[in-house]
Each structure stands twice: as structure tokens, then as C-alpha cells.
Design a protein around this ligand. Structure first.
Ligand SMILES: *[C@@H]1O[C@H](CO)[C@@H](O)[C@H](O)[C@H]1NC(C)=O
Ligand SMILES: *[C@@H]1O[C@H](CO)[C@@H](O)[C@H](O)[C@H]1NC(C)=O
Ligand SMILES: *[C@@H]1O[C@H](CO)[C@@H](O)[C@H](O)[C@H]1NC(C)=O
Ligand SMILES: *[C@@H]1O[C@H](CO)[C@@H](O)[C@H](O)[C@H]1NC(C)=O
Ligand SMILES: *[C@@H]1O[C@H](CO)[C@@H](O)[C@H](O)[C@H]1NC(C)=O
Length: 455
């Protein structure tokens, strides 16, 4: 217990350190452009407990230069706000040191590239920069103030279903509470790694849940630390199981960012990448990550849901499913998309347990590998590999008899090894090689000669 508390304190101070150092990387905004408030403990104590909420507006007419936005802007025809267009509302989360979030412009611009919309950024840095538990007390007040703005926008002709909230971390629960205040009639809420601490056991009234909007989705990337581990929407994407992300180091000797909030912020970066649209990020429904990795869930009736702006994430079932876990594997760097390759190995019955390493190679990409532990009571093994290229670009497969280091493992007699990609793009036959002996100390290799026709 003492250890854990200490760790959390250490982590919060590291987060604070990281956030301050990251601010320096931002270019100076042009003086006529509106920007976030920033605050310090001292200022906070002088100002008292007012939230100092403000809104910034970005549209296709001012993607680089935010303008301050308020009720008054609506009656002022110099404002770029257009009530016939959909409105995206970005809500940030906890800000340990009261600095502005550095990713806001990137997210707003990615949204505006896809959709002509009003992007309203909620700046509640002032109320988000106290001790975490005090901030959690503030979040409903923030939601109430946002709901006042939404009411004004409705009077101005905006439809409730045209609002799409994108909430990061604690911002996801702020968005959820705005949704509660409108009886779930707002259009959409996207939670980017919705905050976990103090919310996991909270009542659905207090946290993001599927009743908060017509469509609620979430991306989970740090559910063992800062994120929530339970599904909270109609579509919940758990990236790499939802806990530890590729390229985010578990070593204390790596940089502060990689160690502390890399997992948590990955949801945001993957979402921006999905908006950029270079490759699909598709989730596969499954009861558990374990089952997913064992190749027990390979697709969906119809199309599988996708991260991005597709209506209902591409879900076409009605009524919408609730609290479904969707799994996908990603790579460690943008654009993050991985191809899910299912490896199926069938062996003749073994008299001793054994281990085989399967390696897949696509020219120009790092190879990927998976170890399979073979037991004496089974002959079929299935395992999913996150590979950087599609099935039709896999040049070669290698099997190594790796158990031999530890004990005398004989040759492994393989009935067949097959690879296939899922969710499948059309009717694609798996690639299979049959009748192989994998000898100790001498890896087996096979080259595939194939053409990509479907890509
Ligand atoms: C935050 O911004 C608002 C509007 O620009 C301003 O009135 C307020 O004084 C600012 N608060 C702080 C603490 O800087
Ligand atoms: C309209 O907006 C401009 C710039 O934001 C501001 O200077 C002006 O006072 C506003 N006028 C009204 C009537 O609100
Ligand atoms: C908007 O601007 C035009 C001229 O640019 C002016 O004629 C009109 O009265 C203005 N409307 C409002 C509501 O301020
Ligand atoms: C507002 O949006 C509508 C629909 O996209 C468009 O037809 C109209 O021209 C826009 N108004 C302005 C002032 O840009
Ligand atoms: C998205 O695209 C923009 C502009 O092309 C680029 O600057 C940004 O790095 C991309 N972000 C991700 C996460 O792919």
C-alpha cells in the first residue's frame, strides 16, 4: 500500500515535469490568436475556486489561429461558427501543472481535414490543475457550464445530435456528464482512454456510459494505470489488450514520457492517426484478449467497427450493442496499423512438450515472431501475430525448434503450418505448407511467391 502510494506520488511529479517540459516545444501562438489559460498554484489561491472556463473555436477558415468563443460570438457575424454544420467539442483531462495540452491543435486540425465542422475546444485548465481528487470534484461543474453553452447553441439552431464530444482521460467523463444532462440525446461521445482512478466503481450516472449519447465509443490504452478497464460505450476498442502499448517502455531507465504517460496518451495519437486515414484500425469483438490472441475471434457479421469518424464506427446492428470489447493489435509508431495474421500449426502427437518459434518476414519491414509452447495432449495450435504488412506481402516463414536449449527436444513433425489474415478481405485462402520436420539446431524456411491483388 505504502509503496503504491509513493509510486503514484512519484509518477504525478514526473507527469508534472514532463508536461512542463513539453510546453516548451510548442511554437508561440500569433498574438491575435486565442490561446489556453495557464495557471499556477499561487494564481489559483489568489483567484479562489472559480473555474475560469473558456472556449476556443477552430474551423476550416481559421485552422491555425483559434478565436475565443462564447455566447456573444453567436450574435456577432465576425465569428466563424456556422450553426448548420456539425460541432466537435474537445475536452481535455487532468493537467498536473496547469499547462495547456500540447496536442489540441493537432487533433482539431485532423478533425477539420476530414469534416467541415465547428471545433470548439474547452479550456478548463484552471480547474484541472489541482490535486487529482479535487479536480474530480470539479468535473461535474465543468459539464454543467458546458451544458449552458450547448443550450445557447441549440437556441441558435444547432441540433443536439450534431454535437460530437471528444474527451481525453477525465475529459471523457466530463463529456459523459454533459450527455447525462441532455438525457443521452447528444450525437456522439468519443472517450480517449477514459480516466480510471476514482471512476471504475463509480455509478454510471457519474462516469461515461452508453446511455450518455446516441453513440458512445472509447479507445483504451492504459487500463491498468490511468485508464478505465471496463467497457463504457457501444464500441470499446482495447488496443493490444488495453494495458501496455508497443513502444512504451516498461523500463525506468527510458525517458520520462515513455515510462509514465506513453500508454495513456496512445489512445489520442491512434485516434489522430485514424482520422489521418492512411490505414484502417479495425476492432474485433471477443470475450477476452486471451481468446483473441488464440485466434478464437476472427471477424464480425458484416463489417467490423473501425476507429474514426464513420457513423457508429461502422456498426450496422440495431439496437446498438452495449459494452462490447473490441480488440486490435497495433505497431509502435504512426500510423500504428498492424495486420492480424493467424498462425495455425498442426503437429503429430509429441511424447515430450516442446517449443517452436514462428517468424514472418516482409521485405522492408522488421520481422515479427511468436513462440508456441507445444504440449503432449494437443496437436492444433493457433496464435495471432501483429505483422506490419498484409498476408499477400509476406515473403517467408521460418520455424525454429527453440526448446532444445533447455532439454533434449527431438525433431518436431509438423502436419501443416498455415497463415491467414483477419478480418478477411474477401475470400482469401490461407497459405499452407504441409509435412515438415523441424530439426534441432536447424531452422526450417519457406519462401512464398505471391502477388497482392486485393490491395
Ligand atoms: C482565463 O481566460 C479568460 C478569458 O480569456 C480570462 O477572463 C480569465 O481572466 C483567464 N483566467 C486566468 C486565471 O488567466
Ligand atoms: C464581435 O467580435 C469582435 C471580435 O471578436 C469584437 O471586437 C466585437 O466587440 C464583437 N461585437 C459584438 C457586438 O459582440
Ligand atoms: C453582419 O455584417 C453585415 C455587413 O458585413 C451587416 O450588414 C449586418 O447587419 C451584420 N449582422 C449582424 C447581426 O451584426
Ligand atoms: C454554413 O454551412 C452551410 C452548410 O455547410 C453552408 O451552406 C453555408 O454556406 C455556411 N455559411 C457560411 C457563412 O459559411
Ligand atoms: C496526421 O497528419 C498530419 C498532417 O499530414 C501529420 O502532421 C501528423 O503527424 C499525422 N499524425 C499521425 C498520428 O499520424
Amino acid at each position: 500500500m505504502g509503496w503504491k502510494l509513493k509510486t503514484v506520488q512519484t509518477i504525478l511529479s514526473i507527469v508534472a515535469f514532463y508536461i512542463t517540459s513539453a510546453v516548451g516545444e510548442d511554437e508561440e501562438p500569433r498574438s491575435e490568436c486565442a490561446d489556453f489559460n495557464s495557471t499556477t498554484w499561487l494564481e489559483y489561491r489568489q483567484q479562489g475556486s472559480k473555474l475560469q472556463l473558456q472556449y476556443l473555436l477552430l474551423t476550416r477558415k481559421n485552422t491555425d489561429c483559434a478565436s475565443l468563443f462564447s455566447q456573444e460570438s453567436l450574435s456577432n457575424n465576425t465569428s466563424y461558427f456556422n450553426s448548420s454544420q456539425p460541432t466537435k467539442i474537445i475536452v481535455h483531462g487532468y493537467r498536473a501543472l496547469g499547462s495547456k495540452p500540447s496536442w489540441v491543435k493537432q487533433l482539431a486540425q485532423a478533425l477539420l481535414r476530414v469534416q467541415d465542422a465547428n471545433v470548439v475546444v474547452v479550456d478548463w485548465v484552471y480547474g484541472a490543475s489541482l490535486a487529482y481528487n479535487m479536480v474530480v470534484e470539479n468535473y461535474k461543474e465543468v459539464a454543467i457550464q458546458i451544458s449552458v453553452l450547448i443550450n445557447q447553441l441549440q437556441n441558435h439552431g444547432c441540433k443536439l445530435e450534431s454535437f460530437h464530444f471528444i474527451g481525453v482521460s477525465l475529459g471523457a467523463h466530463v463529456s459523459g456528464f454533459v450527455g447525462t444532462l441532455f438525457n443521452g440525446k447528444i450525437g456522439r461521445i468519443t472517450g480517449l482512454d477514459p480516466a480510471g482512478p476514482m471512476f471504475k466503481r463509480a455509478d454510471t450516472f457519474d462516469r461515461l456510459d452508453p446511455s450518455d449519447a446516441l453513440f458512445v465509443e472509447a479507445i483504451h490504452t492504459d487500463s491498468d494505470y490511468f485508464g478505465i478497464s471496463i467497457p463504457v460505450g457501444h464500441a470499446d476498442f482495447f488496443l493490444n489488450g488495453g494495458m501496455d502499448q508497443a513502444g512504451c517502455s516498461r523500463s525506468r531507465f527510458s525517458s520520462m514520457y515513455r515510462y509514465v504517460i506513453c500508454d495513456h496518451m496512445r489512445a489520442l495519437h491512434v485516434y489522430i492517426s485514424a482520422l489521418n486515414g492512411t490505414c484502417p484500425l479495425t476492432g474485433i469483438p471477443c470475450s477476452s484478449y486471451e481468446d483473441f490472441l488464440k485466434g478464437r475471434c476472427l471477424g464480425c457479421p458484416g463489417r467490423c467497427p473501425r476507429i474514426g469518424l464513420l457513423e457508429n464506427s461502422g456498426l450496422t446492428v440495431f439496437p446498438l450493442p452495449q459494452l462490447k470489447k473490441l480488440f486490435l493489435l497495433t505497431t509502435s509508431a504512426p500510423p500504428f496499423c498492424a495486420h492480424h495474421i493467424l498462425v495455425q500449426l498442426e503437429v503429430f502427437l509429441l511424447d515430450k512438450s516442446a517449443e517452436v518459434q514462428v517468424i514472418l518476414r516482409t521485405g522492408g519491414h522488421p520481422e515479427t515472431e511468436q513462440r508456441l509452447r507445444l504440449q503432449t495432449d494437443g496437436t492444433m495450435y493457433r496464435r495471432v501475430i501483429a505483422h506490419p504488412g498484409p498476408l499477400c506481402e509476406i515473403d517467408s516463414i521460418q520455424l525454429k525448434n527453440t526448446g532444445a536449449h533447455f532439454y533434449r527436444q527431438g525433431d518436431i513433425h509438423v502436419v501443416s503450418v498455415c497463415i491467414s489474415e483477419f478480418p478477411s478481405v474477401g475470400e482469401v485462402e490461407p497459405l499452407c505448407v504441409k509435412k515438415i520436420d523441424v530439426r534441432r539446431g536447424s531452422p526450417w524456411n519457406h519462401d512464398f511467391v505471391q502477388l497482392c491483388e486485393n490491395y
